[in-house]
Design a protein around this ligand. Structure first.
Ligand code: SF4
Length: 581
């Protein structure tokens, strides 16, 4: 990033804590080394300092077995790193203040935005996200209907309601965009300050938004325990507890070996791990809630017209695609070929992916899966499963889900009950997809700034392919193969969005991710892995492709990694800035 100065020596301080007053027993620890506040939330009140020795001296790769709710977070568009992460970080800072003894003394707060957050902050809504976070809102629950109006009100009154409790000063100087500076550890840096009426800094904290809605402190780098989870349900999940999962894994081989020896499917393994953190009922309810948000984003995208935010003047396309598809369905003559009808399947998948990504581009509510820029792939493929793979009517009672609320009678054999199949299908799909996402997050990266778009849309496609194969009853080998095939054909994919907006090529790229996932799944399911019976044994494993993706990303020039300095971002003649999703 030419011309950007790296700031050194900025030290997060917390003056009152430095004088020996703890912020909150479960949230802060005073480091004896540097006097730094390490902001780490765990669900048992332990800090990461308690476990620091293990974390810092171990050379063992960390377990990838995080909660599935860390892979799927309900948020808002357009960017998991530039919108979701900053809002969560700001909310965390406000929460620390709110739980401190000196909350009453705070009269003003400030947030410096550095590097990429400053360069693209306006286009990605970072300032508004920070304001809402400081008011105590989180991406999964902030009111998107009043969102923009509240930002305008804060700007005009120069006051915000800190942690939803008290009005404090927040004037034009309180959110500087420091475009020529980056913090030492990461391009997406933020620093928060709280002042008293004398202008003395009561507390400050530095956070980095590192993709997928995750954020971390300086001290958190290299300490997975200190990685703040993206999802709200996941906020009760400490990564320090992942080793207590009954089926911890560090790579795909371990996942599939454990499934085989325990005679479990991938979703069953994932569920057993989730039970460490929450009850089965909560897991199921949470996952169905995730799907509900995904499906709602599809529906909103299909019915919202207008021009997307940003300077590209792009009309939303999903409503037109919906109309075309409905016209086709209504005019479909019975004599038309099966091939003609199956073409509609591709139209539908494309329409669903575009609907979600247009919602994301416009700042709507979507599920980060595993990032916002790639948010359309998994909903489109799961919708395909529900609409095209499952039977449309219950085989026992002729329940039509489009008309009826539920089956007309409870079935003894629930495998014939469509409502139950749909419900279980959603749960298993998201669990299987989550495991594959964890493998990429742990073994490579889901950040375009690190590895390009192969780490975002590529990972989403791989997750969806494996999940589809799993819910279609694929064997373990078929599930692994589906994930591997999908990613194999995203290797090397750059991140080069035009004008720094998550629109071109991002929106259509999600369509390709969804279609590749379905094709990869079908290829894998068609293979019996028996060369003497028409099958074949793949020579590329999922672990091969994960490490290839990471190595390829490391070798990629930075102009292809979330900088908008290469590829389409250059050849398409519009003003250039730096993107993120
Ligand atoms: S091209 Fe970049 S900004 Fe667009 S979806 Fe891919 S990773 Fe995200």
């Amino acid at each position: 990033m030419a011309g950007v100065r790296t700031l050194r020596g900025l030290v997060p301080i917390c003056a009152r804590v430095g004088r020996g007053r703890a912020l909150h027993p479960a949230r802060a620890v005073f480091s004896s080394q540097a006097g730094l506040v390490i902001d780490v939330a765990t669900n048992d009140g332990k800090t990461n300092a308690d476990e620091d020795n293990t974390a810092s001296t171990s050379t063992e790769p960390l377990s990838c077995a995080i909660s599935v709710f860390e892979m799927f977070a309900i948020g808002i568009g357009p960017s998991s790193s530039h919108t979701v992460g900053p809002m969560r970080a700001a909310e965390r800072f406000a929460s620390i203040l709110s739980n401190s003894d000196y909350f009453g003394a705070v009269t003003k707060v400030k947030c410096n935005l550095y590097g990429s957050l400053a360069l693209t902050g306006i286009g990605h809504g970072t300032p508004g996200a920070v304001m809402h976070g400081l008011e105590g809102h989180l991406p999964d629950s902030v009111d998107i209907e009043t969102y923009d109006a509240r930002v305008a009100e804060i700007k005009s009154t120069k006051k915000l309601v800190l942690a939803g409790r008290k009005a404090v000063e927040f004037d034009d100087d309180c959110l500087p965009l420091l475009k020529d500076q980056v913090l030492p550890a990461h391009s997406n840096g933020m620093e928060f300050f709280a002042y008293d009426s004398d202008g003395e800094v009561l507390c400050s904290q530095r956070y980095y938004s590192i993709g997928g809605g995750f954020f971390v402190t300086d001290e958190g780098f290299g300490h997975d325990d200190a990685l703040f989870a993206a999802g709200d349900l996941a906020s009760t999940t400490s990564r320090s507890h992942t080793d207590s999962a009954p089926f911890p894994f560090r790579n795909a081989k371990e996942v599939f070996d454990m499934c085989e020896s325990a005679n479990m499917t991938v979703p069953e393994l994932a569920m057993q791990n989730e039970l460490v953190w929450r009850s089965q009922a909560d897991v199921e309810t949470g996952l169905l809630g995730i799907w509900d948000v995904m499906d709602s984003s599809i529906q909103r995208g299909l019915h919202t017209t207008g021009v997307l935010k940003g300077g590209l003047n792009r009309q939303r396309r999903a409503p037109g695609l919906r109309q075309n598809l409905e016209d086709k369905k209504n005019s479909a003559a019975p004599e038309l070929s099966i091939a003609w009808h199956s073409g509609m399947l591709y139209d539908a998948v494309a329409m669903w992916a575009i609907a979600v990504n247009e919602e994301n581009a416009d700042g709507g509510r979507v599920v980060t899966a595993p990032t916002n820029g790639a948010a359309g792939v998994i909903p489109a493929v799961l919708k395909y499963y529900l609409e095209f793979v499952l039977p449309t009517r219950c085989r026992r009672c002729d329940f039509d889900p489009a008309i009826d609320i539920g089956c007309r009678s409870p079935h003894v054999d629930r495998k014939y009950c469509l409502a139950a199949q749909q419900r279980q299908g959603v749960i298993d799909f998201l669990l299987a997809a989550g495991v594959v996402g964890m493998l990429f997050k742990g073994g490579a990266s889901i950040s375009a700034a690190e590895v390009g778009c192969q780490g975002e849309v590529g990972v989403a496609s791989s997750m969806a392919a494996a999940a589809l194969a799993a819910v279609e009853g694929g064997t373990l080998a078929q599930v692994e193969s589906a994930a591997e095939i999908a990613m194999e054909h995203f290797l090397g994919m750059t991140c080069d969005p035009v004008d720094g907006l998550v629109q071109v090529p991002c929106i259509e790229r999600n369509v390709m991710g969804a279609v590749k996932a379905i094709t990869a799944s079908r290829l894998a399911l068609a293979n019996n892995f028996k060369p003497d019976d028409g099958g074949y044994v793949p020579i590329v494993t999922l672990d091969n492709v994960i490490s290839s993706m990471y190595q390829t990303g490391k070798d990629m020039q930075s102009k292809y990694k979330e900088t908008s300095l290469g590829g389409l971002a250059i050849t398409v003649q519009v003003p250039v800035s730096i993107p993120a999703c």
